[in-house]
Design a protein around this ligand. Structure first.
Ligand SMILES: Cc1ncc(C[n+]2csc(CCOP(=O)(O)OP(=O)(O)O)c2C)c(N)n1
Ligand SMILES: [Mg+2]
Length: 292
């Protein structure tokens, strides 16, 4: 059953280097405060079209970015946090959302089709069909021989074309880490209404290592590091979307608030002073970014 503690590895926070823990926390704060500024920009009508917020789900990308340096990215529509965590420019993302030529796609793609092709990051954006990035990621790994991170949602995991792609990756031992960023929602419909099976069982059935874990960043980091030596592999991460599928509204509190759980854990590790400083720095930086 999904929960804040599901398959959590409690010892990982202690065994992770303090600077790695703080780097992940910085990344989480950056995404959180970036998207909070996006909310303000929508309220002020500086942004007048659809936004897909990462708020609540930031730990997944933050932990993966610590584990998977240099991976090529294939993500889907909810990707602000992935773009930022893997080294994308906050200025270019802001400009994309404002529709200006200095944005990631010249201001013409918007929130749900982020891409980046520079020396820091190769990231291919969503085109409209959920799950389409799975066959694309597999093809890119085959063609380039490079390591690839492929992120789908729990809704996208139900699209038919992903299964032959997972099978092809297993057969050809392609270096792809598949992530199902599982917020338990496809737009408004919960997973239990849509299906009776788990994507991790499907992956295991075709011979791919696969696990289900909660969105504790230390657990994600350790799991991703371990699975790197047995790619292809799949991790289903239980995360919580805090805003509507699209736009800035909310439907009440999330199932759990990972950010405050992390802050408690950092305090237990004796890192509360440093983490408070990081939080202040990132909040100020994101506010300044959007004031310009
Ligand atoms: C092939 C296809 N079917 C349906 C849609 C409509 N659609 C857009 S987003 C979405 C839900 C996606 O849910 P999930 O993959 O879990 O991602 P999340 O929004 O939860 O991050 C759907 C059904 C689509 N874009 N493409
Ligand atoms: Mg979902």
């Amino acid at each position: 059953m999904r929960s804040a503690d599901f398959n959590i590895r409690w010892n990982c926070a202690e065994t992770t280097a303090q600077e790695t823990s703080l780097e992940m926390y910085r990344s989480i704060c950056r995404s959180r405060f970036f998207d909070q500024e996006v909310i303000r920009a929508v309220q002020d009508r500086r942004i007048t079209y659809q936004v897909y917020l990462s708020i609540g789900q930031e730990t997944v990308s933050a932990a993966l970015a610590s584990a998977l340096a240099g991976f090529m990215l294939f993500t889907q529509h909810r990707s602000h946090a992935y773009y930022l965590a893997f080294g994308g420019s906050p200025e270019k993302l802001r400009d994309e959302l404002l529709g200006t030529p200095s944005g990631t796609s010249g201001g013409r793609a918007g929130s749900n089709c982020l891409q980046c092709h520079d020396e820091r990051l190769t990231m291919f954006g969503h085109h409209g069909l959920i799950g389409e990035n799975v066959p694309q990621a597999v093809g890119a790994a085959l063609g380039s021989g490079k390591e690839v991170l492929c992120v789908m949602g729990d809704g996208a995991a139900e699209e038919d074309y992903i299964y032959p792609s997972l099978g092809f990756a297993v057969t050809h031992k392609l270096p792809v880490l598949f992530i199902c960023d599982d917020n338990d929602l496809s737009i408004l419909t919960k997973t239990s209404t849509r299906r009776s099976w788990k994507i991790s069982d499907v992956a295991k059935g075709i011979g791919m290592p696969a696990v289900n874990i909660t969105d504790d960043p230390w657990t994600i980091l350790a799991t991703a590091q371990e699975l790197q030596s047995t790619l292809p592999a799949l991790i289903n991460v239980y995360s919580c979307r805090m805003h509507w599928h699209v736009g800035i509204g909310t439907d009440g509190p999330p199932e759990w608030d990972r950010l405050s759980l992390i802050e408690q854990r950092l305090s237990e590790l004796g890192l509360s002073t440093l983490s408070r400083q990081i939080r202040r720095e990132e909040q100020a930086a994101m506010e300044q970014l959007w004031e310009k």
